[in-house]
Write a protein that binds this ligand. Structure first.
Ligand SMILES: [Ca+2]
Ligand SMILES: [Ca+2]
Length: 140
């Protein structure tokens, strides 16, 4: 009986120690240990916005990360830059995809996948359905 109680209190102690260990790590280190990463999306630039019919039409741009819409819909014309400033948590990998909202089926404008901390801000590119975009981001 006494032994059993002692075992219980020991395991409680080691659990507390583990939690204290995590608080001493930076959030980046903790994220790696837990298998989670954060995608930081800073800005998007339409190098060519041409996913709608007619040269004066602007794209109705939105961004999905792993199937979830995280930004938009925003009107984008060629040469235009918009800030995003969204942080998205993910496990293992994040598939970033751009779409143009349309009545009926939306146009896929390409994307790319990230799976590792980048160590700095990078610019990725997506193109499809006549449009090309630059996306400034970082993975931590
Ligand atoms: Ca379209
Ligand atoms: Ca559209």
């Amino acid at each position: 009986m006494l032994n059993k109680e002692k075992t219980t209190s020991n395991s409680d102690l080691s659990f507390v120690d583990e939690e204290q260990l995590f608080t001493e790590l930076t959030s980046e280190e903790a994220a790696v240990i837990e298998g989670g990463l954060t995608l930081k999306l800073y800005w998007i630039k339409a190098l060519k916005a041409n996913a709608d019919w007619g040269r004066l039409n602007r794209d109705d741009t939105y961004i999905r990360v792993n199937g979830r819409t995280v930004w938009g819909v925003k009107k984008m014309k060629s040469g235009q830059t918009r800030s995003i400033n969204k942080f998205v948590d993910f496990n293992r990998s994040a598939s970033i995809q751009l779409f143009d909202r349309d009545p009926g089926k939306d146009d896929f404008m390409g994307g790319f996948t990230v799976s590792k901390p980048t160590g700095r801000r990078l610019t990725g590119f997506a193109w499809g359905s006549g449009s090309t975009y630059a996306l400034n981001y970082e993975v931590v």
